[in-house]
Design a binder for this molecule. Structure first.
Ligand code: DSN
Length: 449
């Protein structure tokens, strides 16, 4: 459809009015939105699990599709008024299938954690054994952590990393043979290396388990062909749309050839995922979020996105190099994706939480992260996780990156713990770093912000 001036006028007058009424009717919230825009413009977000959502996707998410209740799937809704939302959902599904080379896509999951629940609750029975990467090794809560529903409902076991910081596939196999899981989860949140999907599938086949690949952190690299795709290997693939697809907060479920696989009850895996999402786990979908997913997934199939993903990898590899050259211990001595995990306890004799806070004071945002063998709790930690998604969106070049790496090391070297959660930061270093971060943010604005 071409965007006629009539369409454009209708939408822009709608949003202009909405902005005016927000300012008039709720100046407090309006002020907070303005403050947040300023904060995002003036800080460098190196948190690996976020990225700036493309403004057009934000607009779609804030759209009038929010007004429609649409339980069910396109053409089979439980409510009237779904003529346009059916088209939106079909568009998102087709774009997701194309982008990921999938046979089936479900675009309704509210989050990737919900998508994982759908997979587990529809394929397993309570008490069944599952096997996921240990949280401290870079796994995820929804992969069987004891504090998560996945660890409460199922008998969760974990595998870890070898001394080289890489997934220990021998240990994975040994654990699988010992625990005979019904589901193996290959997915990470703080793992900087390439995942060998075929090795996972071989272990899953050996013990008769389903394989779930949760590619939440690397979905963009997978779409761009810069990380191998799990679609040919995993029975089910899940992801979120906001970490590396620059889209709205939400999830996807994807199937490859496995879509037609028959389960013991005679239903296909595709049918099982459809009913596992609705009505088993969720009710009505968030249609405005699906509209934003449609936009973001469409944008992810363009050459411009592939270029951004290539920058994501180059910047992360460069950051790891810079840090190691300056004597910082980087887990697995580098990265293949957007993530760099640094051991700040060994490198700077400070805790992860103090490193996070000291960097934040200077306008650089990261997150504390436990590392293998960590002596500290998740609220303190010995590590820090960096990510390059936002730097790539700001179109950082090698000089920008070198400057940020230098600042990070300067700040952490000037930080001293006064307890596990309190510290002092040299005031001259703070002032200098704050000034330079402001200059970088000004020089490299987030596109459209
Ligand atoms: N999974 C958490 C992370 O990676 O930071 C939050 O999305």
């Amino acid at each position: 459809m071409t965007v006629t001036s009539d369409h454009a006028t209708r939408l822009s007058s709608f949003y202009e009015q909405a902005l005016d009424s927000l300012g008039l009717e709720d100046p407090t919230l309006y002020g907070l939105l303005n403050d947040e825009l300023g904060r995002q413009r003036q800080t460098l977000a190196l948190v690996a699990s976020c990225s700036p959502v493309t403004p057009a996707a934000l607009l779609a998410e804030g759209s009038i599709f929010a007004n429609v209740t649409a339980e069910g799937y396109p053409g089979r809704r439980f409510h009237a008024g779904c003529v346009n939302v059916d088209q939106v959902e079909r568009l998102a599904v087709e774009r997701a299938k194309k982008a990921f080379g999938a046979r089936y896509a479900n675009v309704q999951p509210h989050t990737a954690s919900t998508a994982n629940q759908v997979v587990m609750m529809s394929l397993l029975r309570p008490g069944d054994p599952i096997l996921g990467l240990d949280l401290d090794a870079g796994g995820h809560l929804s992969h069987g952590a004891s504090v998560n529903i996945s660890g409460r409902v199922f008998a969760a076991h974990s595998y870890g990393l070898g001394p080289d910081g890489l997934i220990d596939y021998e240990e994975l196999r040994a654990k699988a043979l010992a625990h005979r899981p019904r589901l193996i989860i290959a997915g990470t949140t703080a793992y900087p290396r390439t995942i060998d999907w075929a090795a996972f599938r071989a272990v899953a086949d050996e013990v008769g388990a389903f394989l779930l690949a949760d590619i939440t952190h690397i979905a963009g690299l997978v779409v761009a062909g810069l990380h191998p795709s799990p679609i040919p290997h995993a029975h089910v693939v899940t992801t979120c749309t906001h970490k590396q697809l620059y889209g709205p907060r939400g999830g996807l479920i994807l199937l490859g050839e496995s879509a037609d696989m028959r389960l013991p009850d005679g239903r296909t895996l595709e049918q099982t995922m459809q009913s596992g999402l609705f009505p088993l786990i969720q009710g009505a979908p968030v249609v405005n979020s699906i509209a934003a997913k449609a936009y973001a997934i469409g944008a992810a199939s363009t050459p411009a996105f592939a270029e951004t993903m290539s920058r994501v990898r180059v910047l992360a590899a460069g950051l790891a190099e810079h840090l190691m050259l300056r004597g910082v211990r980087v887990i697995s001595s580098g990265t293949d994706n957007h993530i760099v995990v640094a051991d700040v306890r060994t490198s700077f004799d400070i805790t992860g939480v103090n490193a996070e806070k000291a960097l934040e004071e200077c306008g650089i945002l990261v997150n504390k992260n436990r590392i293998v063998g960590d002596v500290h709790s998740a609220r303190v930690t010995s590590g820090v996780r960096f990510g390059s998604n936002s730097m790539a969106a700001r179109r950082f070049d090698a000089d920008d990156l070198a400057e940020v790496a230098e600042l990070v090391v300067e700040i952490l070297a000037a930080t001293a713990d006064t307890s596990d959660t309190t510290y002092v930061l040299d005031s001259a270093v703070r002032a200098h770093a704050q000034r330079r971060v402001q200059q970088i943010c000004h020089r490299r604005p987030i596109a459209g912000y």
